[in-house]
Design a protein around this ligand. Structure first.
Ligand SMILES: Cc1ncc(COP(=O)(O)O)c(C=O)c1O
Length: 453
């Protein structure tokens, strides 16, 4: 694939460099303190697996703007279609006058989203909006108020989705009160900490208990991520999603699959729920859907999607034409299967470098994930207490060497990898070696003392 930037890591200055530091100081004077930042460098250009900053550093991108720019941040086909649309019009509002790209995006999602039933799609702009609208649709279709969500869930920052999100700090802290109709159930967690369930059966029993407490007939929806993203790249234990499907069917609850982070090819299949052979009644997409332009979607059973009264769904920017054109360019690139194969190849390359660390560095508790959605969890080897300090220090060491990795997890002790699916093999390997080196330096056992002769 042709890219606009050399696909090599290059450090021209310290990271962040002086120009970034200057711009960051200005930002602090002008931008709310409520926005955090992972790495205060200012980006000048980005493409393929590279972010080039204003000091001339080329950083390896293991973040993709949090799982968004899977096809690269300056993808030629996306640029072309968006540029052509810019010449025609930027906006009409689909609720006022129509345009075909909106319909075509819906048609592609109706065809490709899991579930062998007739579907309809609604488009919005952000992931949180898709989640909110899925709840609206489920309530309208069932006439029920409650929503079931899970431990370690992340669904957004709007008032309802924040209530659905599990992690207190920073997402919920000081922002309550929250709607009383959101209830949380256990998932089977990857590491057995604090008595969390280990098996699908145990977790599903916990789900049934929460439903029973409030009356299962009062639940409109249960919303689950097929791999939990911000919560720590938690892959569901085998049988958990299928069990949720059975519970939803038994009680007439709408099963909502939040594929916002894990979907659109990230895990090596178009949708992460395909790994479990489970289809949601409603499936949510956003992030990588439109190659960096803001677009989100709710796709699902026609009878649910059409249960809403005319005018009940929408939004000024919902399905913006530039974003729809970008999505159509992304869809074309899924046709030949290369992007999915890339995701699987990224997993193989990453596991080859990272898995040996588990034997070598005791605090590396687990390496998990699927495709190009992989994570490494730090915990105390004896107590399994989370070690967020090691995740933070490892990330900082990677950043200093020009590799952008993100930290996640309910306990902040997980390093996650979300490289663009178009990242080149050499660049990927270079970034992985930097990460492995950083882990050895930060968390490795101290070098064995040399025995005096
Ligand atoms: C699984 C999941 N759902 C919903 C959201 C919210 O998306 P947005 O930030 O576009 O509102 C995110 C964002 O990280 C996500 O990972």
């Amino acid at each position: 694939m042709t890219t606009t930037l050399p696909q090599t890591r290059h450090l021209a200055t310290a990271v962040p460099g002086p120009r970034s530091a200057e711009l960051h100081a200005r930002r602090q004077q002008e931008v709310t303190a409520g926005f955090g930042v992972t790495l205060p460098v200012f980006i000048d250009r980005a493409d393929g697996g590279i972010l080039q900053d204003v000091d001339g550093n080329r950083l390896i991108d293991f973040a993709s703007g949090i799982a968004v720019t899977s096809v690269g941040a300056a993808n030629p086909a996306v640029r072309e279609r968006v540029a052509a649309q810019l010449e025609r019009f930027t906006h009409t509002c689909f609720m006022v006058t129509e345009y075909s790209a909106f319909t075509e995006v819906c048609a592609w999602l109706n065809r490709h989203v899991p579930g062998g039933f007739e579907k309809r799609t609604a488009l919005f702009s952000t992931g949180a909006e898709a989640v909110e609208n899925a709840v609206k649709i489920a309530r309208a279709a069932t006439g029920r108020p409650r929503v079931l969500v899970f431990d370690d869930a992340y669904h957004g920052r709007s008032l309802l989705t924040m209530a659905m999100t599990a992690k207190e700090n920073p997402y919920r802290l000081n922002f309550g009160p929250f709607p009383a109709t959101v209830h949380r159930a256990p998932t089977a967690a990857p590491l057995n900490r604090g008595g969390t369930p280990r098996t699908a059966e145990e977790a599903l029993a916990g789900v049934e208990a929460v439903l029973a407490e409030h009356g299962p007939e009062s639940f409109a929806a249960m919303v689950i991520e097929p791999i939990q993203g911000e919560g720590g790249f938690i892959v569901p234990v085998p049988g958990f999603l299928a069990g949720l499907r059975r519970i939803a069917d038994r009680h007439g609850i709408v099963l909502v699959m939040d594929e916002i982070q894990a979907g659109m090819g990230r895990t090596g299949t178009l949708f992460a729920s395909e790994h479990e052979g489970v289809a949601g009644d409603l499936t949510l997409t956003a992030k990588a859907l439109a190659g960096g332009l803001p677009l989100s979607a709710v796709t699902g059973r026609a009878e649910l999607m059409d249960a809403v009264h005319a005018g009940g769904l929408g939004g000024t920017y919902a399905g913006n034409p530039l974003a729809c054109e970008a999505a159509l360019a992304v869809f074309d690139q899924f046709e030949d299967g290369t992007l999915l194969a890339n995701a699987r190849a990224i997993e193989q390359a990453a596991r080859a470098v990272l898995e040996p660390l588990q034997a070598e560095v005791p605090a590396v508790a687990e390496i998990r994930g699927r495709g190009a959605m992989l994570a490494l969890e730090f915990a105390d080897p004896q107590t399994l207490e989370p070690r967020p300090d090691l995740a933070r220090e490892t990330a900082a060491a990677c950043h200093a060497q020009g590799v952008l990795v993100l930290v996640c997890g309910t306990y902040g002790n997980v390093i996650r990898l979300l490289p663009p699916l178009v990242i080149g093999e050499d660049l990927l390997r270079d970034g992985l070696e930097v990460l492995a080196g950083a882990i050895r330096t930060v968390a490795g056992a101290p070098a064995a003392a040399t025995v005096a002769p």
